[in-house]
Structures are given as structure tokens and as C-alpha cells.
Design a protein around this ligand. Structure first.
Ligand code: UD1
Length: 417
């Protein structure tokens, strides 16, 4: 496991280009199995989770390769096979292969992904919607087996809004017979991008920004080259890096229209920004207001993935901030590390109170999960002295080049193997 070492207390400055989106790319990779042919994803982030998704495909007989930042997927000779626990455990979102492979082979099998560090993360809704579309599901010895003679369009209302289960349903419905009507769908940009991606290659899906999605089954899809959109969570994290160091930075390739709730909060805290020909110029020099109350929520609400990075920033803002995490039960893993650095944080169930304004000091910490780990790196940028964040592989699951990116902005940060 590697460590990230940060020498804190430096202002950041300069400009940075935002990477392609992990959460948009992963379902696009899964969707590629629906087509007996080629897919190319330009600007695809070269991160571990993308690697696991392509390894799964390789194991099923696909050919996958990189040309620069473009990921090539040739699923012409894909064959049916089971996805073993080594992948399902490492990467929960591999579960969406279940619906996609069912669409291609009328059968699929994957190891149960199990619990996860930020909460129980059940997959009951994923399985429920597949059943409704005609899949027979059987669970045995830690494996989930799905099969059908033919998936058939149906009507389903999600009992809870879920990004992954909405994507699962779409993937299964694309080549199903007839029309599928999905109610109470997730409206996250990553659902919308999946729909655009599939429609660009011959699928017939509407309503992706309304929560009411209609999928009319088609017989086949076409080859496609597609640009992965920029990552709104990485953009938000780097904006938090500017905020925690009270710096003025420029971010390029930012999906500003997908970041309204976050930018609204940034402004309320005293951050200023303007958007100029695709660039976000963010000035955090006057950022000094605590957040009276903030709830994470489904899109277009405040994203749970930016809750920990924001918490790190709030530890440096004088006054009491109150956060409520409503999406995952156990997503305050970063609080412990921040406390070790001198932050005053009280966590009680889904609520966290941050008594901000104490100066942070460098410490030796452990990343426990992706976004919480990134929050510790941000805190390290603002802390006095040296911070070491151990187990940085968690962080690298979502950030392609976090050390290089923050160094490019003037941070003193490097990775140690
Ligand atoms: C996706 C994102 C993740 C983000 C999350 C919420 C990817 C790869 N990951 O995760 O970064 O934090 O959306 O925006 O895109 N649930 C059930 N049963 C199910 C499915 C979900 O109870 O079958 C619950 C979950 O435990 C959670 C809530 O629904 O409490 C929302 O989860 P969901 O939207 O499904 O998150 P993911 O798709 O796993």
C-alpha cells in the first residue's frame, strides 16, 4: 500500500484540467457488452475501477486496450461466463454487469458484492427490477445467477432512489422486448450520460432528466466512439482544495451545470467564482462562513460524495457547521482522521457538528475509503507541518493523478510507495 505525503500551509494557484468521470465511465463500459462490436471511450480515466471493469471483460473473451486516453472495447467475441468474487468484492459497481450480460446472453452470474465500508449497500432493488423484467434470480454459495428466456418490458417504481439500480434497469431494458416504464428513477448526471451514450448507439430511451424513464426495446446497437464527460466530484474536490487553503485557482473542463448545489454552498461560505469559456475561476480568499445546516441528497441535491471534502473545509471555518448524511449510514470515516489533526467534530448517527476554526496540524492518518481519504489529503494541504495519508490506493480509485494535480497547483505533495 502506498502513502501520500503532504507538506501543508501553502497557498495554491494556477490552473488544472478535470479528468473524465469515473461514475459515468463505469456504466458505459458495462453497456458495451450489449453490443456485439466495438466501443471507444475517449478521455476515460485510467483508474483502478476502470481496470477491474476491463479485466472482467477480458475474462469473458473481449479485447480491451488503451490508445492514449482512449479505452477501446471490442466485445465481438464475448462469451457467457461468471464474474468471480475477486472483482465483485473489490468493486461494488460491477453488479451492473448483471443486467447488461443478461441482455446479451439471457444469463449472467456474479459473486455477491457484500457490505461496504460506507454502509450496508444492499442490492435488493437491483435484483427486484431484473425480476420484474423477466429474470429468474437464484442465489447460491455467494453467487447470484440470473437467467431468462427473453427480457420483457414492464412497469416498475423504485422504492428508493438508486443510481446503480436505475442504471441496472436501463441496461436490462435496452434490448428487452417491448416498452419498460421506470418511475422514481435517479436523475444523477451519470444516469443521464448513460442514456445519452446508449441513445447515440441506437437505443430508444427518453425521460432521463425527469425521473420517469421510458425504454423502448431495440434489437441491436451500433459501434460507437464517445467522450467521457468531466468528473463533477473530482472538480468539487479540487475546488475544496482551493477553499481549504483560501486560494485562487482555475479549473478547466468543469461540468458547472451539474454542480449547482455544491457551487451554491461554496458561494454561501464566501467563495466567489465565475465561469469563463469553459473555465471555472474560483476565489476562496474570503471564504469564512460556517454552514448552519446541510443535508446530502439525491441529485440535484448536495452530493454525498462531496460531503467529506466539504467537512474538511468546514474544520477551518470559524463557527459551528451541521451536516446530515442521508444517503449512506456510515459515511463519516474522515471525521476520525480530521480529529487527529486537531479538528473538533461530533458525530451522532447521521449528523455531524463541526466546531470550526481550530488550526489543523499534520498527522499520520489512514485513508479508509475513497472520498474520505481525499478529504484527509485536503486537510493535509491546510495543516501545519507534514501529513502522511496511508493506504492511498483507496483515493486513487477515483482520482487519476491526485498528487500530480495538486502539485501542479503548487501544493507540496507526493506519493511514496
Ligand atoms: C452511486 C455512486 C456513488 C454515490 C452514490 C450516491 C457509482 C459507481 N457510485 O453509488 O459514488 O455515492 O451513487 O450518489 O456511480 N440501495 C438499496 N438497495 C439497492 C441499491 C441501493 O437500499 O438495491 C441504497 C444504498 O444502500 C444507499 C442508497 O440506496 O443507501 C443510494 O445508493 P445508490 O444510489 O444505489 O448508490 P450507488 O449506485 O451504489
Amino acid at each position: 500500500m502506498g502513502n501520500i505525503k503532504i507538506l501543508g500551509g501553502r497557498k495554491l494557484s494556477g490552473s488544472l484540467r478535470i479528468q473524465g468521470s469515473k461514475n459515468a465511465a463505469l456504466p458505459m463500459i458495462a453497456a458495451s457488452v450489449l453490443h456485439n462490436g466495438k466501443s471507444v471511450l475517449h478521455n476515460c480515466p485510467q483508474i483502478a475501477d476502470v481496470g477491474y471493469m476491463t479485466e472482467i471483460l477480458n475474462g469473458l473473451g473481449a479485447r480491451t486496450w488503451w490508445e492514449g486516453k482512449s479505452l477501446h472495447l471490442d466485445c465481438t467475441h464475448l462469451r457467457y461466463g461468471q464474474i468471480p468474487s475477486v472483482y465483485a468484492e473489490k468493486m461494488r459497481s460491477s453488479i451492473i454487469y448483471l443486467g447488461a450480460l443478461l441482455g446479451r446472453f439471457h444469463q449472467s452470474a456474479i459473486a455477491h458484492p457484500g457490505g461496504c465500508v460506507i454502509g450496508a449497500r444492499p442490492i435488493d432493488i437491483h435484483l427486484q427490477v431484473l425480476k420484474l423484467l423477466g429474470a429468474h434470480i437464484r442465489e447460491k454459495d455467494g453467487m447470484i445467477y440470473a437467467s431468462c428466456t427473453q427480457l420483457k418490458g414492464n412497469e416498475y417504481e423504485f422504492p428508493k432512489i438508486s443510481v446503480g439500480a436505475t442504471q441496472q434497469a436501463i441496461l436490462a431494458a435496452v434490448k428487452a422486448q417491448g416498452v419498460t416504464r421506470l418511475h422514481r428513477c435517479a436523475r444523477e448526471p451519470e444516469v443521464q450520460w448513460l442514456v445519452r451514450y446508449l441513445n447515440s448507439r441506437g437505443a430508444d430511451i427518453t425521460g432521463e432528466n425527469t425521473g420517469e424513464i421510458v425504454v423502448r426495446g431495440v434489437e441491436q446497437l451500433t459501434d460507437l466512439e464517445y467522450e467521457v464527460p468531466p468528473d463533477r466530484i473530482v472538480a468539487g474536490t479540487y475546488l475544496c482544495a482551493g477553499a481549504i487553503t483560501r486560494s485562487k485557482i482555475t479549473l478547466e473542463n468543469v461540468p458547472v451545470e451539474e454542480m449547482e448545489s455544491f457551487l451554491h454552498m461554496y458561494r454561501k461560505m464566501g467563495g466567489q467564482y465565475e465561469v469563463n469559456s469553459g473555465k471555472l475561476l474560483a476565489d476562496s480568499r474570503e471564504l469564512n462562513r460556517a454552514v448552519t445546516y446541510l443535508e446530502t441528497d439525491v441529485y440535484p441535491g448536495f452530493p454525498t460524495d462531496l460531503q467529506s471534502p466539504l467537512m474538511a473545509v468546514l474544520t477551518t471555518v470559524r463557527g459551528v457547521s451541521h451536516i446530515r448524511e442521508t444517503i449512506f449510514e456510515d459515511r463519516y470515516k474522515a471525521a476520525e482522521g480530521l480529529q487527529k489533526m486537531g479538528a473538533a467534530i461530533d458525530v451522532n448517527g447521521q449528523d455531524a457538528w463541526i466546531y470550526g476554526g481550530a488550526s489543523l496540524r499534520g498527522a499520520r492518518l489512514k485513508a479508509r475509503e475513497l472520498r474520505g481519504g481525499a478529504a484527509l489529503v485536503l486537510a493535509g494541504l491546510a495543516a501545519s507541518g507534514e501529513t502522511v495519508v496511508e493506504d492511498c490506493e483507496y483515493i486513487e480509485r477515483g482520482y487519476e493523478h491526485i498528487c500530480e494535480d495538486l502539485s501542479a497547483l503548487g501544493g507540496v505533495i507526493r506519493k511514496e510507495e
